[in-house]
Each structure stands twice: as structure tokens, then as C-alpha cells.
Ligand binder design. Structure first.
Ligand SMILES: C[S@@+](CC[C@H](N)C(=O)[O-])C[C@H]1O[C@@H](n2cnc3c(N)ncnc32)[C@H](O)[C@@H]1O
Length: 209
């Protein structure tokens, strides 16, 4: 593994080891968004869901509340411990690397990644997106929720400067690439894209062919 990637794994595990106990302070801000994501991507067939980089389980639990079975994976054992502590039926968890998912091809009806792609260097991000598409069934949904800054230049600069104060070192590289472009791939067609959090985030829904 090259030095930059090794450094990423050490850095990101350290960040979330420290943040795990406090991460759920984001709940009041993100709670409504989680429910919106679950409602917008309800396929009405009860199929299984993979939440990649599930953190403390906020998005996964919103799907479970809608009656879905969810598997969550995250690199940080401490974040997984907090999620496990919530003891939610229908939500199982594992510590794993999203760039090398421990699942066979085509086994989830919906794969979601929420507020995690901005925490990765470009190379890892591309690997993670490839893995997400690999494990999703043909015709299944790929759902990406993450930062997406406003188009207005002044608002964009203000939002960027503010978010950069608390975000990880990969955020700047991430916001330069458009979220829809990232999701779009040979095997995924973007079928919907919704603004969220006062235009500071987007919910992008892709369909695997
Ligand atoms: C900002 S948190 C988001 C957590 C959750 N998805 C949410 O919406 O609240 C980012 C999460 O991505 C995880 N993460 C970062 N890189 C990862 C990787 N390569 N594999 C698995 N998890 C990763 C971190 O450990 C952290 O829990």
C-alpha cells in the first residue's frame, strides 16, 4: 500500500476514535434528512440494504424504522460500538473497509453511503464507489448523500470556509468534484438528485443497469 493511503487509514481511524463519543450531537441537524432519504428511496419491496460507512447508524436506523433490514459496515471499531449500543433489531454491523467490501457481487437491493465520501482521498473514493456498485443488484439503487456547495459564489465561499473549519483534510478535494459526476459510472445512471440542508448537501439516487 502506498504511503498516502496508509496515512489516510491511520488518520481517519484516529479522527473517528476521538469523535465517536460525540458524533451523535449531529442528530438534531441530520435527523430530518435521514428520514427524507429513507422516504425518497423507498422501493416498496422491503429488499435488504447496505449502509456503507454507517458510523453511529443514523441513516441505517431511519431505514430500519421503515421496516427494512440493514447491514452496516464501518472502518472505525469505536463508531461501530456506538451503533451496536443502540441495539436495534434488523440492523447488523461489521468493522470493514468500504474499499474492499466483504460481500459477494449483487447482493443488496439498495446501497447507501451518507456523509463519508468527503472523508476519503480520490483514489479510495473511486474504489469505494466501485465496490458499492459491485455489491448492488442490477436494477437496485445506489444512494449517495454528501456535501454539495451552493452555486452562488459568495454563498459557496462562505459555506466552504465554514465547513472546512471542522471537516477532515479530504473535504477540499472532494467539493471540487461534482457529486452527480462521481456517482455516474458505466453501470449507474443518476435517476434523481435532491438538494438538502439548505443547499449544503445533496441526495443523489442512481440505478444500476
Ligand atoms: C462523517 S461519518 C458518517 C457516518 C454515517 N454514514 C452518517 O451519515 O452519520 C464518516 C464515516 O466514514 C467512515 N469511513 C471512512 N473511511 C472509511 C472506509 N474506507 N471504510 C469504512 N468506513 C470508512 C468513518 O469511520 C466514519 O464513521
Amino acid at each position: 500500500m502506498n504511503h498516502g493511503l496508509k496515512e489516510y487509514y491511520v488518520y481517519i481511524k484516529g479522527v473517528y476514535k476521538r469523535l465517536s463519543r460525540f458524533y451523535d450531537v449531529t442528530r438534531p441537524v441530520l435527523g430530518l434528512l435521514r428520514r427524507k432519504v429513507a422516504a425518497l428511496t423507498d422501493m416498496g419491496d422491503g429488499g435488504n440494504i447496505l449502509d456503507v460507512c454507517s458510523g453511529t447508524g443514523g441513516q441505517a436506523i431511519a431505514y430500519v424504522k421503515d421496516g427494512r433490514e440493514v447491514v452496516g459496515i464501518d472502518l472505525s471499531p469505536e463508531m461501530v460500538d456506538v451503533a451496536r449500543g443502540k441495539a436495534v433489531n434488523g440492523f447488523s454491523l461489521a468493522v470493514a473497509d468500504a474499499a474492499n467490501l466483504p460481500f459477494k457481487d449483487c447482493c443488496f437491493k439498495l446501497t447507501v453511503i451518507s456523509f463519508a465520501l468527503h472523508d476519503m482521498p480520490h483514489l479510495i473514493r473511486a474504489m469505494v464507489l466501485r465496490e458499492i456498485v459491485r455489491v448492488t443488484v442490477p436494477g437496485g439503487l445506489v444512494v449517495v448523500v454528501d456535501y454539495s456547495l451552493p452555486r452562488n459564489r459568495v454563498l459557496r465561499l462562505l459555506a466552504y470556509s465554514f465547513i472546512k473549519l471542522y471537516e477532515t483534510r479530504y473535504f477540499s478535494g472532494f467539493v471540487r468534484s461534482g457529486l452527480e459526476k462521481m456517482v455516474l459510472g458505466e453501470r449507474v445512471r443518476v435517476i434523481a438528485s435532491y438538494p438538502a440542508l439548505l443547499n449544503l448537501a445533496r441526495i443523489v439516487v442512481g440505478k444500476k443497469s
